[in-house]
Structure formats: C-alpha cells, structure tokens
Ligand binder design. Structure first.
Ligand SMILES: Cc1cc2nc3c(=O)[nH]c(=O)nc-3n(C[C@H](O)[C@H](O)[C@H](O)COP(=O)(O)OP(=O)(O)OC[C@H]3O[C@@H](n4cnc5c(N)ncnc54)[C@H](O)[C@@H]3O)c2cc1C
Length: 1015
C-alpha cells in the first residue's frame, strides 16, 4: 500500500470515528422526510412519483388540486407506503387538512436544504453556523430565467443580497484566524445562466460580452466591500462560456489584481483536468491568486440523457469511481499549484475529503490554506468532524422561495437517494470504513471505459425485422454539438466558403446530363435580398417531357435492382452528406435564412431519412409469409410504382426533399425532383450528392421551375404514377384533385402523398411548469421564424394561470434575438421571401383588428425580410389569426375556462398536424393523449423538432393524408403490395414447414444473377 493510501485511510478513519461519536441518520429531519426518503430508496417507482409530486406541489394553490394530484401520483401504491392509504382516505374527507399537512411537510423538507427566504432571513442560519465555526457561501435560487427581465431582476436581487450580507456580517472574524486574507467572510456563489436568458453555446463570445456587462457592477461592489465571488458551474452546454467569462473578466485591469474570485471545476467531466490546467496557466499569467472549488458535479443524470438524445459522446464519466479518481487527480493539480490557486473541496465523500487532507499534508500545505465546502442541510456529522479536526469548513447555503427552490430540492433528494452516492452508502447502507476508503482507481472497470467513449446510444441495430418497432432498431445520426469550438470554427469556415460560391449557376439534370434552358432563376438571401446565392436553370414543359421520358426508361432497369443495391445507394449518399455537412448547412443559412443549429438539424434529418429508409427497405423487401397453412404458401411482397414526382417545400430544403426522394428511390421508383423555388440551390446540391454516390442515369432528375408551369404539367402527366408533395394546403388540394382524374394513356391510379400545413396549438394547464412551458413554447412559435409546419401558432391557456403565463411569455419574447442567422446565437431570422413577408404583415394587420397586440419586437434589421416576433392576446378561437395558417413569427394566445374548453378550441381548426400540452397532472396528461386531434401530440416539450424513427411525422384533416414521414409504414406509400400464392401440395403430400421470409422475387436477366442498375 502506498504511503498516501495509508494516510488516506488513517485520516478517513479519524473522520469516521468522529462521525460515529455523534451518530445521525442521513436524514436529519425525523418523521415525514425520513420516511419518504426511506420508501424512495426501497421502491424506484415510488421515488419517481414522490419527486414529481414534490416538484408540482409548490405551484398548486387550491386544496382540491393538491389532493387530486396526490391521488393521481400515488394511485395504486398504498401497498408500498401503508400510510398513504390513511392519507388518501383522509384527503377525501378533509381535503384542506391533507393539503395543509402536505404543504407543511414538503416545505419542511425544502427548508432542510434552503437556508433562508431572503438575505434577512438567511442571517439567522448564518449566525447559528458561525457559532459552530462554519462559514458560508450564499447562493441565490431562481436561476431558471426565461427572459431578460427576469435576468435583470435576478441581478438586482444578487446585488441586494451582497449588500445585506456584507452589512450584517460587519465585525465577523475568520474562524481559524490564520491566512485570513485568502478567505473573506462573505462568499457569494453566482449561477451565470441566471444573468442571461439567451445564452447560446454556438455564440460564446456574444454571451461573454453580454454577461460581462451584466456582472461588472456586482463584481465592482463585491470588490469594494471585500466579498468573495464564486462562479458556480452548471450544465456542460454552458461550461466553456463560463470559463471564458471568468478569464476575460478577471483579466480586465479593474479586476486583474483581485484575488477573491473563484470558479468551479466538475470532476465528473472528461474535460475537467484540461480545463483546470488551462485555468492555472491563465492564473499564472495573470499573476494574482484565485480560487477553484472542486466538485464532482450536480447534473450527471441530465448530461447523460442529453448526450443520449442527441447521439453525442457523453461529457461525463459513466463509472462513479472514474469521477472519484478524477476528483483526486484534480486535487493533486490544485495542491501542486497552491502558490497561485486556493483550493476548496466541495464533497461529502469522506474518501475524497481524506485524500485532499493527506495530499496537502504530504505537500506540507497548512490546513488553513484551503477549505472544505459542504451543502447546507447535508452531512452534518462530517462538517462537525472537520471542524473538530481544525479544518476550514464553509457551507453552501441556498436562499430563495419554495417555488424556485424546487429544482434545487429535487437535485438534493436525488443525490441523497442515489444508488451510487457516498451519503447513502455510509449513512443508509452502513458500508464499512474500509469499503468506503478504497482507492477509486482500483474500482474502475477498464472494459466499461472503452464503451463509454463511444457516442451515447440507446439503441441496438441488431435484431431488426418486420416485427420489431421500426424506430427501435434505428440509431439516429448525431446533431453537431456547437458547444465545441472546433465545430463553431468549421461552421464559420463553411459560411465563408459558401459565400465565395455566390452567383454560381446550376443546370438541370435530366437523364444524367446537365441541361440549360437559357432561362435562369435567381435564388436570393432573404437576410440580404440583393445577394444572389445562386442561379438555377428554369425548366419548361419540354424539359419536363424529357425528364418523364428519362425516368420512365430508367424505371425499366431500376425496378429490377435488388433492395440491397438500392439501400446501399442511400447509405453512400448519407456518407457524402455527412462529409459535406457543414457546407450544406451553410448554404441553407444563406438560401433560406436558417439559424446554425436549425440548418444542421435539417441535414441531420436528411441523413436519418436516408439511413432509416435504407434499413426499412431491407426489412420490407423480403417477401413475408401471410399465414401458416399446410399445402399452400402465400407471400406478400411489394413492387415499385413507376415514375414519382417529388415536389418539396423550402422550409426543410434538404430534409424533406431528400426524405421523399430517398423513399421513392429505395422502393425502386424513379424520380423527378422539383425543389421549391426559393431553395433550388440547396436542391441542386442534393442532386450532386446523389450523382457522386452513383445514382444511375434517369433514376433521379433535377427539375427546378415554376410550379404553375411544370408542376401542374407533371402532376397531370399520364406516365407520372405517384406524387409526393409537401407544401401549402392550397397547392396540396389542387394536386389531390388533379391527380384523381384519369387521363388518356394513363395506366395506373395515381398515388398522392400529400403533407400540408397546420394551425398548431399548445394547451397550458393550471399546474404546468412555467419555466419549461415558456422556453419551449417560445422556441416552438419563433424558432425558424415560425416557418415550420409544426410551429406553435395558438397558445391556449387556462384562465387560472393566464396572467402569470402572459407576463413571462411577453418578457421572453422581448428577449429573443432577431437578426441575420449568418451570425451564431440568432433565434429569429428573416422569412423566406417578399411574398411571405407581405402576407404575414397583412395577417398581423388583420390580427390588430380582431385581437390585442400584446407584443411586437421593435429592434429588427432594416434590410431583408425580417418580421418582428408578434404576440396577440384576447384572441377569439373564431378569429382569422386563430384559424388561418400564417407561417411566420406570430403567436395567438387564447384564454379558456377549463380543460374542456381548451380541447374544444384546440381541435376546432381545419388542421391536425401537431399539438402540445404542458401539465403535471397525470390524469389530465392521460386525457390529452387521447383527445388532442393531431398527427403528432407532444406532452411537456416543444411541438417542433420531430426526429426520424422516434417521432414519425405527419397529420390528418387538412394537414395531410395521414402518412408518416420517418415512420415504419411510410415506404408503403411508394409501393404496390402483391400476394403470390403457390399450391405446394403434390398428391396429398406437403412440407410441414414453410419459411417465414423468402428471398426477393427479382426478375433475372439471362446469364446474370441480378441486374444492378447499370444503365
Ligand atoms: C459546496 C458545494 C458546492 C457545489 N457546487 C457545484 C457546482 O457549482 N456545480 C456542480 O455541478 N456541482 C456542484 N456541487 C456538486 C454536487 O452538487 C454534488 O454535491 C456532488 O457531486 C456530490 O459529490 P460527493 O463527492 O459529495 O459525493 P459522491 O457520492 O462521492 O459522488 C456523487 C457524485 O458522483 C458522480 N456520479 C454519480 N454516479 C456516477 C457515475 N455512474 N459515473 C460517474 N460519475 C457519477 C456525480 O457527480 C454525483 O453527484 C457542489 C457540491 C458542494 C458540496
């Protein structure tokens, strides 16, 4: 055993001995809290329901609501928690009493972790702790700000708190009386995200500039009155910005000589060591001491889920001992650099604490030169032991009201009940000191490290067949994570490169040949309409005829290629798309005005369509036995239809176009692809991708042109057997009708896949979590300027919550960043073209006559097709703005009495595309799942952003024909089902077994096996 390990064990044992002298349960508050936590650790379902109930309770005002929620959350659980039965029975008789008792108990629980309501209130706690020789750092709760107004209020409260604390602690002295210059009595912890509601990881410079301006007055005051300021660390998305901000601010001449500043390093992050070393190098260059609080990290579950949802490499370690070992590695770095950095160790883990003590001792660093920080309300005996051993102890003391404190409370409850946490192991499961003091390096499993470095995934590709739910076996392409500076840089370079291609000409592609017509259609940048992104050749009727001929001829061969061959073509396109990903996204930024992440999301979706449809076709392509019956076998399989016309919109210029094209091609059809006029350049690039991947001549033809000229001609063409259309209701219905007519020479009934618009609603229940509701609704309504067919257009709010919702909603809208999306961090860019611009303005004018204009942005760019984000209130469900699709950044808010009226209003339009519901009532959620008329219903999240395979997308009523892009049955639209039946009985004898699947029924050419599309 190393000398250091021996010292750690000795020190650890010493702490344990002291802790055991004053035994205390993990849950110091007896009664309700203790019992709830014990049940939570015993039963995972109860724990989930319990934490959810705690989360909603603070926002419930009426006794009946509390009792109803209690019933809904704990229905059927009285077996787990016997006292629930009594509680629920009592609730039926005396709801007010039950509500009162519950509220009191949960408030008591929160008070265990929240040190005071405000500056004045917290002083009682701080004085008490001072008598125990425990210092403090105060943290202001309420960091979930959704608008700049809330951020300003938070900043004002932080300033007030700072003043109160410095005034009330005048004359307080350092508990150790040594090295006091390093540790001011008043220590304030700041959560940076609370000072800016529009932080975007893709635009760290912008966030730093904004935050620096916001924080300077507070820092100035703190420096003046001798208060220490610490920057807390939050989620990974904000980490780089917080580090940059810290370095920039404290290099400024005004603060460069100020030693009383600190920042948090989270050891659960793989980046922790690198960030810490970079901070120390910065500190040495600066030449003034600073502090680092080393913690493991509070957002472990969150980071893991976000990484998994987006297909990112998980930024946190996945094995607990890895975080513990990294904590120790960072401890060594901190203490090795004690000459420039003051260490604070934020942990309740005796092993982590003992390690810091022992290493400091080994380095000869005096106890008074670093400190241990622990959370208020947790690990009391450990704090006492540390004080007794003569160490510096500071308590992290949150201040705030119950409602904003709920997320903090739930984090603490999770931490206290976590299976892997130290506190549970020691105080609830009573593990031995020897177990608890083991070297974490010995506990790391090497094989698990390897797999944890792969991008997070919740899926397995294995085992996919026609019985497996389609989304289940598909692993989505990851989104680009703009948190990483190299991705920001790549996007900037791609934008420059795309700009250098402005004005380029793109010919038609018919039968593999480049064709020009003498007519060019310019495609302009909607942010700066004088900039021509590119010009595409304009097809007329003669080119349309040539394209039909080419596609018909190619179909003869393409329909006989194997499924595998066609699937591989799509996969090659996906690989090229991945390689050219930034380039394509950059062109979208210019051609259709998408923000960086929206543009990347579009490319990601296209890659998903390609790979998902390839995988689906492999499954669909195998003839499948319909029924087991002796003496006969019947197999269902599919034929392609023929020439497909694909007419796509501009709002998802690669994804939707590519989705429809790839579905048609992989199913064996040939395609005439007509992109929308405003996104024809992007369409040309998609054609390039297919060509590079080796699409045979005539299988895909690129035919931009005017809908009224070639669109109509092709829809009516007898040789076009299928039309895949996504776009406006007006055009969609015309196509639907036109395709229904049978014309001379037509051999097939035309199949139409028709996806149209929406008038999407989100209902806000009276118990909704407003932090979430506002952020997600604002994003749903104004992301990509409201030009998604899934965008939120009607917000239906229950009257009980109405005023609170409106107040926060309007302030959040006022904080949105409107501008040219070439710059990162923009939420609202320009609308697509002049026609849209005029039409939306006209709808806004109509809205002013029929409702109250509650908010309209003023500060918007002068050039370009920028429409100010606009919110109407007092909107009647019958108003034009509440019924007609606007396709722009305009939101109507409708007040309703109750949920019955809300559903009636939500379902009252012609459309049924997306709908959303924010609520924390399990019964109401259940009801909305059943009753909302929409193809895609979203609960407690935004109503946009469908992911292929996960959220097959498409609506009904006037939103579409009920098809689901990105779903398991989408490809069937492009196919004709056939049944082939064979009598396999010979003279009364038949095989017992028939295989479930057969190989494809492919037309074979003499002397070859399969024709592979070599045309
Ligand atoms: C004073 C103080 C201030 C703090 N400030 C911040 C802050 O600004 N930002 C912040 O993010 N956190 C902060 N924390 C840390 C956080 O809130 C937790 O308290 C802390 O992570 C618990 O660690 P521990 O050493 O006490 O307990 P332990 O039980 O030893 O460690 C638990 C921690 O290990 C990690 N972990 C759990 N499971 C796994 C796993 N499977 N794989 C890898 N790692 C895992 C998690 O970080 C978890 O919190 C602070 C903590 C304290 C005490």
């Amino acid at each position: 055993m190393s000398a250091l390990q021996a010292a750690v064990e000795r020190r650890g044992q010493q702490i344990f001995d002291l802790v055991d002298q004053n035994p205390e349960s993990l849950f110091t508050k007896a009664g309700f809290y203790q019992r709830m936590m014990a049940f939570s650790m015993r039963d995972e379902t109860f724990k989930v329901q319990m934490f959810r109930f705690v989360d909603v309770l603070a926002s419930l005002r009426r006794s009946n609501d509390i009792v109803n929620h209690l019933r809904e959350y704990f229905h059927g659980m009285d077996g787990v928690v016997p006292m629930l039965q009594t509680g629920l029975r009592a609730a039926g008789i005396f709801p007010w009493l039950t509500a009162f008792v519950l509220r009191r108990n949960v408030s008591g629980m929160a008070r265990q972790f929240i040190a005071g309501r405000d500056g004045a209130d917290v002083m009682k706690t701080l004085r008490k702790k001072r008598r125990q020789n425990i210092g403090f750092t105060v943290d202001l709760l309420g960091e979930a700000v959704v608008s700049e107004r809330e951020a300003d209020e938070y900043a004002a409260r932080a300033m007030e708190l700072l003043d109160t604390l410095s005034r009330e602690t005048r004359g307080w002295t350092d508990p150790l009386g040594k090295n006091t210059e390093l540790f001011p009595v008043v220590n304030l912890s700041l959560k940076i995200s609370a000072f800016y509601s529009q932080m975007d990881p893709a635009a760290p410079e912008e966030a730093v500039e904004h935050l620096a301006a916001k924080l300077r007055p507070i820092l100035r005051r703190a420096k003046e009155v001798g208060v220490f300021v610490n920057f807390d660390m939050e989620s990974y998305a904000q980490k780089n910005g917080t580090l940059d901000l810290f370095k920039q601010l404290f290099t400024e001449p005004e603060f460069a000589d100020w030693p009383h500043v600190g920042i948090v390093i989270q050891a659960y992050l793989r980046d922790a060591e690198r960030d810490l070393k970079s901070l120390i190098a910065w500190g040495r260059k600066r030449g003034t001491r600073f502090a680092v609080r080393l913690v493991k990290g509070a957002y472990w579950d969150y980071e893991k889920i976000i990484a998994q949802q987006n297909g990112w490499i998980c930024p946190v370690f996945l094995q607990k001992p890895e975080s513990d070992a990294n904590f120790e590695a960072c401890t060594r770095i901190l203490l090795d650099n004690e000459s420039i950095v003051t260490a604070a160790f934020g942990s309740h883990n005796v092993r982590s604490i003992a390690y810091a003590m022992s290493y400091a001792e080994e380095k000869g660093i005096d106890k008074s030169r670093f400190e241990f920080q622990l959370l208020y309300g947790m690990a009391g005996p450990i704090k006492r032991a540390l004080v007794e051993l003569g160490y510096r102890v500071r308590e992290y003391s949150p201040v705030g009201e119950l409602l904003p404190g709920m997320s903090y409370l739930v984090r603490r409850l999770l931490e206290n009940t976590s299976n892997e946490g130290f506190l549970r192991a020691k105080f609830s499961e009573n593990l031995s000191a020897a177990e608890l003091l083991r070297d974490p390096n010995e506990l790391i499993k090497p094989e698990a490290i390897r797999s944890s470095r792969e991008p997070a995934s919740g899926h397995s590709r294995n085992g996919a067949d026609r019985e497996t739910p389609p989304g289940d076996s598909y692993e989505n392409a990851p989104l680009i994570n703009f948190v990483h500076p190299q991705n920001q840089q790549q996007m900037r370079s791609a934008l420059q490169a795309a700009r250098s291609q402005f004005g380029k000409k793109y010919p038609l592609v018919i039968n593999g040949e480049k064709v020009t017509t003498g007519k060019w259609m310019p495609s302009v940048n909607p942010s700066a309409p004088n900039e021509i992104v590119g010009e595409v050749a304009e097809a007329g009727v003669p080119e349309a005829e040539r394209a039909v001929k080419a596609a018909s001829a190619a179909f003869e061969h393409w329909c006989r290629t194997s499924v595998e061959h066609r699937a591989q073509l799509l996969e090659r396109v996906a690989a090229i798309m991945e390689r050219r990903r930034f380039e394509l996204a950059a062109v979208e930024v210019y051609e259709v005005g998408k923000a960086w992440d929206e543009a990347d999301g579009d490319i990601r979706e296209a890659i998903d369509f390609l790979l998902f449809y390839a995988a689906q076709m492999r499954i669909l392509g195998r003839p499948k036995l319909t029924q087991h019956v002796m003496g006969e076998e019947s197999y269902q399989h599919y034929w392609p239809r023929g020439v497909a016309l694909v007419i796509a919109p501009w709002n998802f210029p690669i994804a939707i176009l590519c989705g429809m094209v790839s579905a048609a091609i992989v199913t064996g059809n040939t395609v005439i692809m007509k992109p929308a006029e405003p996104s024809s350049v992007t369409g040309a690039l998609l054609m390039e991708l297919f060509e590079e991947a080796g699409v045979p001549r005539g299988v895909l033809n690129y035919l931009p042109g005017h809908g009224s000229v070639i669109g109509q001609h092709l829809v009516d063409h007898p040789e076009v057997v299928m039309i895949a259309f996504t776009g406006s209701r007006e055009v969609g219905l015309r196509i639907w009708e036109s395709a229904g007519k049978t014309r001379p020479g037509q051999r097939e009934l035309k199949r139409v896949v028709c996806e149209m618009g929406g008038k999407n609603a989100i209902i806000v229940d009276s118990d909704a979590d407003l932090d979430e509701t506002i952020v997600d609704s604002i994003y749903s309504a104004f992301g990509y300027q409201g030009q998604k067919c899934s965008a939120l257009s009607r917000m239906i709010v229950l009257e009980e919550n109405y005023d609170r919702v409106i107040e926060r909603l309007l302030a959040a809208a006022a904080s949105l960043k409107v501008g040219n999306p070439e710059n990162p961090g923009i939420t609202v860019g320009p609308v697509i073209d002049e026609r849209a611009y005029k039409r939306i303005l006209e709808m806004i004018e109509a809205g002013k006559k029929e409702a109250t204009l509650a908010y309209q942005a003023k500060d918007i760019p002068k050039d370009g097709y920028f429409i100010p984000p606009t919110i109407f209130t007092n909107v009647k469900p019958t108003a034009r703005i509440a019924r007609e699709e606007i396709f722009g950044p305009v939101l109507s808010v409708i007040k309703v009495r109750d949920l019955d009226e809300a559903v009636e209003v939500a379902n009252s339009t012609d459309y049924a595309l997306t709908a959303g519901f924010f609520s924390r009532s399990p019964a109401n959620i259940h009801r909305m799942k059943a009753e909302l008329e929409a193809g895609n219903v979203y609960i407690n999240r935004s109503c946009t952003g469908a992911v292929v395979g996960r959220h097959p997308f498409g609506g009904f009523k006037m939103s579409g024909g009920g098809t689901k892009a990105g779903g398991g049955d989408y490809l069937l639209q492009f196919l004709i089902p056939r049944i082939v039946t064979e009598n396999i009985m010979r003279h009364g004898f038949a095989p017992e077994e028939t295989p479930r699947y057969r190989d494809e029924f492919l037309v074979r050419q003499p002397g070859t096996t399969v024709v592979e599309g070599a045309v």
